[in-house]
Design a protein around this ligand. Structure first.
Ligand code: NDP
Length: 358
């Protein structure tokens, strides 16, 4: 069968495409311009040559009907395209493509998705997140109640992370009582007349090797860049290495998207796909002690470490207060979804840096 994936050149999407092609699917990748296909052509050249992977240009996802052609004659849709922690002054510049892209896609699927039976929407645990001061486990019934108020109050002064979180909340849930925005509201209002249902995947921070040929560390996507900055380049302060969040390997997130197309029980569910809590110091401990030293010339700014990666602050008391309950996805996806350990992911990341010559 055939699957449409939007944002096909993205970090997670490249892995999803890899899984889909290897599982025998045909793939239509939506991108913003043909100049975005370089990594996809490099990585999947034989599938492009055989027509198993094709591309469609959707230049502006905010235009009404932008996805009308893209959704025709596909059996499933994965919507991943969304701005991820970008520099934008006006919060609307982040929110608008996230919200109207998602809604536009659903409207197109409703009208023109002649074969679609499942739409998978990539949301985020940003929509669930809460600031915590004691050990807390959040699950799919929780919603982030702080960010929209913050962004409303701060406006342009809100951080890029706050604007991003707001865009994901507004895309998945909408404003609490409006009934015209957001994925779940649109689905509820139209499910009697749509031939498809929806699965939402909520990953926390996604790390792991990249199929993209990022030219240098600064060109990575937001989450792999932030990993590089905090674990490799500059484990700044005892506070910064102790920043609490949860993580998941990119390959498990990708697999979850494929399983979400396949498992009937995933229909109508939002699913947290997360390994568990981390602070940067956890990854620093592994990178700096358990693995062979990387070459000093790859890290000229680390000469003082004799070629070893920085040790950060090994003695801090780690803050693992926030966790996301991952049991629902494990139940629905079954044994096909098993999470890599932090050691495995860290090793694969460092190997990937070496391949990329960093
Ligand atoms: P990438 O930045 O690698 O990919 C983002 C994709 O979205 C690219 O294809 C990009 O296209 C496209 N995109 C960005 N802005 C727009 C826009 N205004 N209009 C149309 N397309 C746009 O990010 P990831 O692979 O990390 O993220 C993919 C999805 O996963 C996103 O929905 C993100 O919110 C979600 N996610 C990611 C997490 C992470 O830690 N990485 C965690 C949780 C959720 P272009 O190249 O043209 O800019």
């Amino acid at each position: 069968s055939k699957v449409l994936i939007t944002g096909a050149n993205g970090y997670i999407a490249m892995w999803v495409i890899d899984f889909l092609l290897k599982a025998g699917y045909s793939v239509r990748g939506a991108i913003r311009g043909l100049d975005k296909t370089k990594d996809l052509n490099d990585k999947f050249s034989s599938w492009v040559a055989s027509g198993t992977l094709e591309f469609i240009v959707v230049k502006d996802v905010t235009i009404e009907g932008a996805f009308d052609d893209a959704v025709k004659d596909v059996d499933g849709v994965l919507h991943m395209a969304s701005p991820v922690v970008v520099d934008a002054d006006d919060p609307q510049d982040v929110i608008n493509p996230a919200v109207s892209g998602a809604l536009g896609l659903l409207k197109s699927a409703l009208k023109h998705g002649n074969r679609v039976d499942r739409v998978v929407f990539t949301s985020s645990t940003a929509t669930i997140f809460a600031p915590v001061t004691k050990p807390t486990v959040l699950n799919e019934s929780n919603w982030n109640t702080v960010t929209l108020e913050e962004v409303e109050r701060l406006g342009r002064a809100a951080t890029s992370h706050q604007k991003y979180r707001a865009s994901k909340i507004l895309a998945e849930k909408g404003q609490s009582n409006s009934f015209s925005l957001a994925v779940w509201e649109f689905y509820e209002a139209n499910k009697e007349r749509s031939r498809w249902d929806i699965t939402v995947i909520n990953p926390p921070f996604v790390f792991g090797p990249a199929l993209n040929n990022f030219e240098n560390p600064a060109h990575q996507n937001a989450s792999t860049r932030v990993f590089w900055d905090n674990v490799i380049a500059n484990p700044g302060t005892p506070q910064s290495v102790n920043y609490p969040n949860c993580w998941v390997d990119v390959r498990e997130v990708a697999l979850a998207h494929v399983l979400a197309l396949q498992k009937p029980e995933a229909g109508g569910e939002r699913l947290i796909v997360s390994v568990g809590p981390f602070v940067w110091q956890d990854f620093i401990d592994i990178a700096s002690t358990h693995l062979s030293p990387l070459k000093t010339h790859q890290f000229p700014h680390h000469e003082e470490f004799n070629g070893y990666l920085p040790k950060g602050y090994p003695d801090i008391e780690k803050n693992h207060l926030l966790n996301y309950d991952n049991s629902k996805a494990l139940r629905i996806f079954g044994p096909e979804l098993t999470y890599r350990t932090m050691e495995e992911t860290t090793k694969d990341i460092l190997d990937d840096y070496a391949v990329k010559g960093w």
